[in-house]
Design a protein around this ligand. Structure first.
Ligand code: HEM
Ligand code: FE2
Length: 760
């Protein structure tokens, strides 16, 4: 077999990487922070039970979980990181208490020597692991128990409706009465205490905490570890080595694809394509893409505005109805939904076109899938809203409400429904493409790879079903990142590469043999770093040190192929000029070039910026992640979704010529808007927060005190420039797409090469 070495390589990479990923799943299970049976004082007073802690985790999930502040650094940025916040409050309370007992003064008024002495005492008290494996109890001093009650009262007031904390609630964008039930509040406190304890207590036999000393908190000696520095440096060197190796490989390859002009077809091969009924049925998917996108952008604006006005939108008190936790949940979830819808529709559009065959009842099934998707989107969003209003029991919340885990927030029932929907999609694609797969044409390998990438999408949603209602947070995080990371950084990337190469080969712009070899090769290179790279999300979530070492090194390798992506972008740009007919595809191709640009900047540069453990130690949960999140997720997959949509719409509106002014305008405003949103606002805020985190601790970088400074508010306001440009671009694009239906985006002329050809 011509490509057998490449296929073997791909198989090996996948097999070995998943073996390592699986092995460390087991290690995490063995070394994660234990959930104690009871938290008791040395005098026998029981503070919390295991049931309280586990229920507390569910309560936290039901109010939005990671969509309202962060736990272990994962989640939303307006409210604090609850662990950093709790830890700092606990440390300060204890120091003041020590100082009062011993010196009859507040801690701040002591001289440095006395402060150092008390800090040493605090460090010993907090970091010593007093979990007793024999009894399963966690034993703390009566003094610390007092601190816990003190902080618990603060949180009860905050999540309740104590008017004294109105101002803080406003700054955190938490509505009054977020947790109304006192029993639930007690459990929530138990969970906050336990998850913070894991950040502050040394692992057995070690002087590093369960979260590898995260968050940065000088008061208890939570500082970066030696391993973090070591593996960060190793990751830089590996990245350079990888780039060197790839450049060498690239130099040894022949690049005759463009320039040897003879093989480009004179006419557009795709013009012969007449859309089948099921292909036409995909059109409505693209309407939904447009609608969801507009709603998503609007929700983004509301979510961003909550940073300035925590209870409303320009004076309208919307927080009672759609609080921050809901707008942010919907904002992130809709991003996944509309991008996925665009791809699903593209797959359904392309499959019958490839084989030239319309399977029986395909159109009906495409329509059924459409209805399912609409139900899932609306149903899951309604469930989340209902959950945040505290109207579900904890069990029904798990099934139908808000799971509180970012990007996999939807209730289990909706997740199951979505999994079925994704498999139905795969089935529809397979049955349509099957005849082409059987034919043994020379692009069969590319087709197989396309099908593998498509199979991976539903398959890798299954890990989202692996955790249950009471699963330990470290394990839930492990599985969550299987979905989120392996989707966005693994199989989506493969899907993107294959789908673009595939479309170009069908247009006759790339030779199948070259495309197959290069796509297989880049898939190997991508997956080599990216599967194990999953661990870069797990440095600080209760995992052993191997996770940090492997995560840092392998995810540095993720950036290697991106460094050379400029070649691909330039090649695509050149392709738009090789024949006049390609101009009709200019805008979809421009979006593919934007995909490459943002892959380098958003995923590669801004991703690597936060990737070394020493960087993420300080930056996790700051706006630097938001910088990366927007530029990578929208920059790469949003742009790809739009490009694919335009490509399919081109096919559906053949042979009419488009009026492209609106397209050109929206392309530039969307791209420039995204860049400005990041450069004028998110990045400066992220950098200021980084400074605050290094200087004073994670708690400070996320505190109301720091985040409500005038200069931060100015930067938040500056965001409106980029956001507005972006939103205008989105609306104009929507207007254009609508115009393809009504006719105002069509010139009324036919493409000059529109007579039908037979050779496809
Ligand atoms: C197109 C590819 C990528 C996409 C769509 C993407 C998307 C995302 C998103 C949405 C988050 C935010 C998660 C959260 O809020 O908790 C994230 C986090 C992260 N990404 Fe990426 N990413 C991509 C590539 C990369 C690459 C290439 C690297 C590094 C080499 C990287 C490193 C990270 C790290 C370290 C985090 C964790 C940040 C934190 O926990 O605060 N990503 N990514
Ligand atoms: Fe990742």
């Amino acid at each position: 077999m011509r490509y057998s070495r490449l296929w073997t390589g791909l198989g090996l990479v996948i097999l070995i990487s998943f073996a390592i990923l699986g092995y460390y799943g087991g290690r995490i299970y063995q070394t994660m922070p234990p959930v104690p049976k009871k938290v008791v004082t040395t005098t026998g007073k029981v503070l919390f039970t295991e049931k309280d802690i586990k229920e507390g985790q569910n309560v936290w999930q039901s109010i939005g979980g990671q969509e309202l502040g962060t736990i272990w650094g994962h989640g939303a940025y307006v409210a604090p990181d609850w662990n950093a916040d709790w830890l700092h409050r606990e440390a300060v309370w204890m120091l003041n208490r020590y100082a009062a007992d011993q010196f009859k003064k507040p801690y701040q008024q002591l001289d440095d020597e006395k402060k150092a002495m008390l800090q040493a005492r605090l460090k010993k008290e907090i970091r010593t692991n007093t979990y007793q494996p024999e009894t399963g109890n966690l034993v703390i001093s009566p003094l610390r128990a007092e601190a816990v009650s003190h902080i618990s009262r603060h949180y009860s007031s905050l999540f309740g409706s104590d008017p004294k904390l109105d101002d803080l609630r406003e700054k955190y964008a938490i509505p009054e009465g977020t947790v109304k039930n006192p029993g639930r509040m007690k459990s929530l406190n138990a969970f906050l205490f336990w998850s913070t304890w894991a950040c502050a207590t040394n692992r057995p036999g070690s002087d590093i905490t369960y979260t590898n000393n995260w968050p940065h908190e000088p008061l208890i000696g939570n500082h970066p570890t030696g391993e973090m520095v070591l593996w960060s440096v190793v990751s830089f060197v590996l990245l350079l080595a990888g780039v060197g190796a790839l450049a060498w490989y690239y130099a040894t390859q022949q690049h005759d694809e463009i320039g040897s002009e003879d093989h480009f077809p004179e006419k557009d091969p795709l013009l012969a394509l007449s859309p089948t009924p099921s292909m036409k049925a995909t059109l409505k998917y693209f309407w939904v893409v447009g609608i969801l996108w507009v709603i998503q952008v609007a929700l983004g604006a509301v979510t961003a505005h909550y940073q300035i006005e925590g209870s409303g939108f320009y004076g309208i008190p919307i927080a009672e109805w759609i609080p921050y936790s809901i707008t942010r949940t919907w904002h992130t979830q809709l991003a996944i939904f509309w991008i996925a819808t665009a791809w699903i529709a593209t797959g359904l559009f392309v499959a019958p076109a490839v084989s030239g065959r319309e399977p029986k009842h395909q159109r009906l099934l495409v329509n059924i899938l459409f209805v399912c998707l609409v139900i899932i989107v609306i149903g899951s969003m309604a469930g989340q809203w209902y959950a945040v209003q505290e109207r579900f029991g904890l069990k029904s919340n798990f099934w139908f409400g808000h799971q509180g885990y970012e990007y996999t927030d939807l209730g289990r029932f909706w997740q199951l429904f979505l999994t079925i929907g994704l498999f139905l999609w795969l089935f529809l694609m397979l049955r349509a493409i099957w005849p082409a797969l059987k034919k043994k044409q020379n692009d069969r390998h590319l087709l197989i790879l396309f099908m593998i990438a498509s199979t991976a999408i539903p398959l890798f949603y299954i890990p989202a079903l692996m955790w249950g209602q009471h699963t330990h947070l470290a394990i839930a995080e492990y599985w969550r990142w299987w979905v989120v990371h392996l989707w966005v950084e693994g199989f989506f990337e493969v899907f993107a590469t294959v789908v673009i190469a595939f479309l170009f080969t069908r247009m006759g712009l790339l030779r199948t043999a070259t495309a197959t070899a290069s796509v297989l090769f880049s898939t190997i290179v991508f997956l080599f770093g990216r599967i194990i790279g999953t661990f870069h999300h797990l440095y600080f979530s209760g995992t052993p040190i191997g996770v940090l070492a492997l995560g840092a090194t392998f995810s540095a390798l993720e950036v290697v192929p991106l460094v050379l992506i400029g070649f691909e972008a330039y090649q695509n740009l050149t392709l738009t000029r090789v024949r006049p007919w390609v101009q009709a595809y200019r805008w979809p191709i421009y979006y593919f070039i934007a995909v490459a640009f943002w892959n380098l900047t958003g995923a590669g540069l801004f991703g690597f910026f936060i990737n070394p453990p020493i960087a993420l130690y300080y930056m996790q949960g700051l706006n630097t992640t938001s910088v990366h999140g927007h530029t990578a997720l929208f920059g790469v997959y949003g742009m790809l979704g739009i490009g694919l949509m335009l490509f399919c719409l081109r096919g559906l509106t053949q042979p009419s010529i488009w009026k492209t002014k609106a397209l050109s305008f929206s392309f530039w405003t969307i791209n420039i808007g995204l860049a400005l949103m990041v450069l004028l606002s998110l990045l400066p805020i992220g950098l200021m927060q980084t400074w605050a985190s290094v200087e004073h601790g994670t708690w400070y970088a996320r505190s109301a005190q720091f985040m409500s400074q005038g200069i931060i508010h100015t930067f938040v306001w500056l965001r409106t420039i980029g956001d507005t440009l972006f939103a205008i671009g989105a609306l104009v694009l929507g207007w254009f797409v609508l115009g393809l239906k009504t006719g105002w985006s069509l010139t009324g002329k036919r493409l000059p090469y529109a007579e039908k050809t037979k050779d496809v």
